[in-house]
Design a protein around this ligand. Structure first.
Ligand SMILES: Nc1ncnc2c1ncn2[C@@H]1O[C@H](COP(=O)(O)OP(=O)(O)OP(=O)(O)O)[C@@H](O)[C@H]1O
Ligand SMILES: [Mg+2]
Length: 152
């Protein structure tokens, strides 16, 4: 997308989160960089905090801090009533052919922000994405890297 003004200070941010509240705060701060049309690709194993960081992003983009955020594992896609619509997608249970049939291109559109858990499973991603890699360090600590990718 052209002519999007960003106030990002760096293309790469690295954190070691000490607990869920800190991961949520990282998400809230990260949300301030997001613009309509952005795609956030969350990569990381089970329980690394993809849903927790999404909760922070949604809170950061929301006037209403009581929006309930959970893994959309069964529904696959949840839309939140934030001022900029957020589409929260979880690909964990899906096969590649199912993912192609979902028509996710339509969600990764101009108007909303698309957050994808298990984005490693995406058969296609836009050239410009926010890649967020979460890695389990121990029970309470997670390594989190956020990279703005302009081309893959
Ligand atoms: N530093 C941390 N950051 C995030 N979550 C943490 C942290 N330390 C412990 N946790 C715990 O790890 C779990 C993360 O769960 P979450 O549902 O966000 O993972 P997920 O990556 O979305 O998993 P799934 O692939 O099953 O959807 C929560 O139970 C949370 O309390
Ligand atoms: Mg999850």
């Amino acid at each position: 997308m052209q002519n999007k003004k960003r106030n990002s200070t760096s293309d790469k941010q690295h954190f070691v989160s000490q607990g869920p509240a800190e991961t949520e705060k990282i998400g809230r701060d990260f949300a301030q960089l997001l613009k309509p049309g952005d795609v956030v690709a969350l990569c990381g194993d089970l329980g690394t905090g993809k849903t927790v960081i999404t909760r922070g992003i949604v809170a950061g983009l929301s006037a209403d801090h009581d929006i309930f955020v959970a893994s959309p594992s069964f529904t696959i896609i949840i839309e939140y009533p934030t001022p900029i619509p957020i589409y929260h997608i979880d690909l964990f249970r899906l096969q590649p052919e199912d993912i192609e049939d979902l028509g996710l291109e339509d969600y990764m559109s101009e108007n909303g922000i698309t957050i994808i858990e298990w984005a490693e499973k995406m058969p296609y991603l836009p050239a410009e994405i926010w890649h967020v890699q979460l890695t389990w360090l121990d029970e309470n600590r997670r390594d989190i890297v956020i990279i703005r990718q302009d081309s893959l």
